[in-house]
Write a protein that binds this ligand. Structure first.
Ligand code: HEM
Length: 584
C-alpha cells in the first residue's frame, strides 16, 4: 500500500480482525436464531475482544503442548496487559534509565533471566542469558532473522539496507560492504587524525573563552565527518559549523552554527532513529501515532536531500571510467560501479552512516564522561599515551594495538555503556534453548517469537562479572578477572554482537575512538562535567539517587536511548589545556 499513510494502511490491514467476528454474530442472527437486538449489540461489541482472548489462550495452550511434547518448558509469560506494557515501554523510552524500567527490574527479579510478554497477538521473549545470546547470534544463526516487524518499523529510515535485510539480500549487502572494512583500510589513520585535529581545535577555542562545550555534539560531528570521508572520499564538514554555546554563557551561539546546512541533516538523522525506536516499542499500535503521514519518511527525505549531491557527483564521475576496482576506490565508488540503482546506493550509505556515526559517537561521549568521573584513570591513560608517543606524536595502528590500557578503557566503557543496549531478532521456526539453570528442561521458543536480548543488562550482571560489576574499572580486562569471567564465557560481552552478523565496523570504530582519545589526552587534562551548563530538563531525576542499581544511583547525566545510547541534553564538559612538556 505505497501511497497510503501508515495509519490508514494499518486500519485496512486490521479491518478483517474487527469485521469477521461482527459478521459471524450477524450471521447467527440471520441463520434462524433470531436474537433480540440488544443481545446482538452486546455480542457485536464483545466479539472482537473475545476472539482476541481466545486466540491468545489457544496460542499459549499450543506452545505449552509443543514444549511438553519435546520435553521442554514454555517461557514464562508475565501477567501484564498489552496496553500496560506499551505504556511502560513508552515511558522508559522517554524518561527511563535504559534497561531498568519497572518492567525489566520486576520481571527479571520475579521470573529469572528469561520471560515472555504478549503485546496483543505478538509474543516477545526477553533474555539476558549468554547461552541464549550465543544461540541467537551464532549456533542457531539460521533460525533468527531480523524479521518482518523490524523491517516494518525501520523501513522508512533504513530502506532495504544491510540492517534491515535478511537472507540473500543481507548476504548481498554484506559481501558488498565487507571488503571496505579490511584491516589495511581501517588502519589508515589520516582521516581520523585530521578530523580529530579539527574537532579539538573547536574544543580549545571554547575552553579559551571559559565556556563548557557539548562533547556529544562534538563526537557526533567528528564521527560523521570521518564516516563520510571513509565512505565517499569526501567529508560533509559538519565540524565546520563550530559548537553551540552553553545556555549559561553571556554570548549567544553564533549564527554560523545555528544556520549551518548540516544541522537539519543531523537533526533529521537523530529524530528518524528516535521515531523508529518508538515504533518498535508501540508494536502494532505505532501507525496510530503517524496516522496522517509517515513521520520517519519525512526525516529520511531531509537526510537524502543532503547526501544526494555527493551521490550524484560520484555517479557522474563514474561515467566513462573503466569497470575495474582499485585499492583506493571508496565504498561509494564501488557501489556506483556495481549498480545504477540510486535507491539501493542511498539505502546502503544511510545504513552505514547511521552505523558509523551514532554508535562510535556514543562510545567517545561515554569515554569522556568516564574520564571526568574517574580522574585517576584519566591520569593513568594519559601516562600510557605520553610514555609511548610523547605529547605531540601521531599514533600509528601499531601504537593503538600496543596501548593496552586504552583498549581496556574502551572495552570497559562498552561494557557499562554499550552503544547498542538491545538486540532484536525473530524466530523463523520453533527451536529449543538451553535452560538457565543446569538440569532444568530446555526452553521452547515458538516460531515467529520476537526475541529481545540485552547487552546492557548482561554486561552489568554481578553473577557473570563479579561483585564489582557496577564499578568502572578497565583493569578487569587486563587482570585475573579476565580469565575468571570473560575468557571461559565470551558471550557475556557482546557490544558488537557476534557470529556471522557481527558488526562490520568494529575495528574502524576502535581506531576512530582511539585516535580521538589519544589526541584529546595529549592536549587536555582535568576533565570535568559542567553541571551548570547541563540543560535542567536533562539532569538525572532526583529519585535515581535512591535506586537499587548502584550505577543508576550515581549517574551525573541521564543515559537514554533510541536504538543507540546517548546522553540526554548532551554531555557538557570543561577541561584544561595540558602543560606542554619539553620533548626535545
Ligand atoms: C562503538 C561503535 C560500534 C558499535 C558498538 C557497533 C555495534 C553494532 C552492533 C551491536 C551491530 C549488530 C546490530 C544488529 O544486528 O541489529 C552492528 C552491526 C553493524 N555495524 Fe556496527 N557498531 C559500531 C560501529 C560501527 C561502524 C563505525 C560501522 C561502519 C562505518 C559499523 C557498521 C555496522 C554494520 C554495517 C552492521 C550490520 C552488519 C550486518 O547486519 O551484517 N558499525 N554494529
Amino acid at each position: 500500500m505505497p501511497n497510503l499513510s501508515p495509519g490508514v494502511a494499518a486500519l485496512i490491514r486490521l479491518a478483517p480482525y474487527f469485521a469477521v467476528p461482527l459478521v459471524v454474530v450477524y450471521g447467527t442472527n440471520v441463520g434462524g436464531y433470531s436474537l433480540p437486538w440488544g443481545c446482538l449489540m452486546i455480542a457485536a461489541i464483545f466479539a472482537t475482544p473475545c476472539a482476541y482472548k481466545i486466540t491468545v489462550y489457544a496460542q499459549r495452550w499450543k506452545d505449552v503442548g509443543a514444549a511438553g511434547a519435546l520435553g521442554a518448558q514454555a517461557v514464562p509469560n508475565i501477567p501484564e496487559s498489552s496496553l500496560s506494557i506499551i505504556q511502560h515501554a513508552g515511558k522508559a523510552l522517554r524518561v527511563g534509565y535504559p534497561g531498568t524500567t519497572r518492567l525489566f527490574d520486576e520481571y527479571f527479579a520475579k521470573y529469572g533471566n528469561i520471560f515472555g510478554v504478549r503485546i496483543f497477538t505478538d509474543t516477545r521473549i526477553f533474555t539476558i542469558e549468554p547461552e541464549h545470546v550465543k544461540a541467537i547470534l551464532t549456533t542457531q544463526f539460521d533460525v533468527f532473522d531480523k524479521g518482518a516487524d523490524i523491517r516494518w518499523h525501520m523501513e522508512s529510515m533504513l530502506g532495504s539496507g544491510i540492517f534491515n535485510a535478511d537472507g540473500d539480500l543481507w548476504k548481498f549487502h554484506r559481501a558488498l560492504t565487507r571488503p571496505f572494512f579490511s584491516r589495511d583500510r581501517v588502519s589508515d589513520l589520516e582521516n581520523f587524525l585530521s578530523h580529530t585535529k579539527a574537532a579539538l581545535n573547536l574544543a580549545e577555542s571554547h575552553i579559551a573563552k571559559g565556556y563548557a562545550f557539548d562533547a556529544q555534539d562534538l563526537a557526533s560531528r567528528y564521527t560523521l565527518d570521518c564516516s563520510t570521508q571513509f565512505l565517499s572520499g569526501k567529508d560533509i564538514q559538519t565540524l565546520s559549523a563550530g559548537l553551540e554555546h552553553p545556555s549559561t554563557s553571556s554570548q549567544s551561539t553564533p549564527a554560523e552554527y545555528t544556520t549551518h546546512p548540516s544541522n537539519p541533516f543531523m537533526k533529521a538523522l537523530t529524530e528518524g532513529l528516535w521515531l523508529s525506536a518508538n515504533r518498535a516499542r508501540l508494536g502494532p499500535l505505532w501507525p496510530l501515532t503517524e496516522f496522517r503521514r509517515d513521520e520517519v519518511g519525512l526525516r529520511r527525505g531531509v537526510v537524502d536531500a543532503y547526501i544526494e549531491p555527493i551521490l550524484l557527483e560520484a555517479l557522474a564521475a563514474r561515467k566513462g571510467e573503466k569497470d575495474e576496482d582499485g585499492d583506493d576506490e571508496t565504498l561509494l565508488q564501488s557501489l556506483c560501479r556495481q549498480t545504477q540503482d540510486i535507491a539501493l546506493i542511498k539505502d546502503e550509505i544511510v545504513n552505514l552512516l547511521v552505523a558509523g556515526r551514532d554508535s562510535t559517537a556514543s562510545l567517545i561521549t561515554y569515554s569522556i564522561y568516564m574520564l571526568a568521573e574517574n580522574p585517576n584513570i584519566a591520569k593513568r591513560l594519559q601516562t600510557e599515551i605520553i610514555d609511548r608517543m610523547g605529547q605531540k606524536g601521531q599514533p600509528t595502528s601499531v601504537d593503538i594495538r600496543e596501548l593496552k590500557y586504552l583498549r581496556a578503557f574502551l572495552d570497559e566503557v562498552l561494557r557499562l555503556y554499550p552503544p547498542v543496549p538491545y538486540g532484536s531478532r525473530e524466530a523463523n521456526r520453533s527451536t529449543l534453548w538451553p535452560p538457565a539453570t543446569p538440569g532444568d528442561k530446555p526452553f521452547y521458543i515458538p516460531a515467529k517469537s520476537r526475541i529481545l536480548f540485552s547487552p546492557w543488562y548482561m554486561h552489568r550482571r554481578t553473577d557473570l562479572w563479579g561483585p564489582d560489576a557496577h564499578t568502572f574499572d578497565p583493569d578487569r580486562f587486563l587482570d585475573e578477572r579476565l580469565h575468571k569471567y570473560l575468557t571461559p564465557n565470551p558471550y557475556i560481552f557482546v557490544p558488537f554482537n557476534a557470529g556471522p552478523r557481527t558488526c562490520i565496523g568494529q575495528q574502524f570504530a576502535y581506531h576512530m575512538a582511539s585516535c580521538f582519545l589519544i589526541k584529546l589526552l595529549q592536549r587536555f587534562t582535568n576533565f570535568r562535567l559542567a553541571r551548570e551548563a547541563q540543560p535542567e530538563a536533562s539532569r538525572p531525576p532526583a529519585d535515581w539517587a535512591h535506586s537499587q542499581d548502584p550505577r543508576k544511583a550515581q549517574e551525573k547525566v541521564s543515559p537514554a536511548m533510541h536504538i543507540v545510547l546517548y546522553v540526554k541534553g548532551g554531555l557538557w564538559v570543561k577541561m584544561d589545556e595540558a602543560k606542554q612538556l619539553d620533548e626535545d
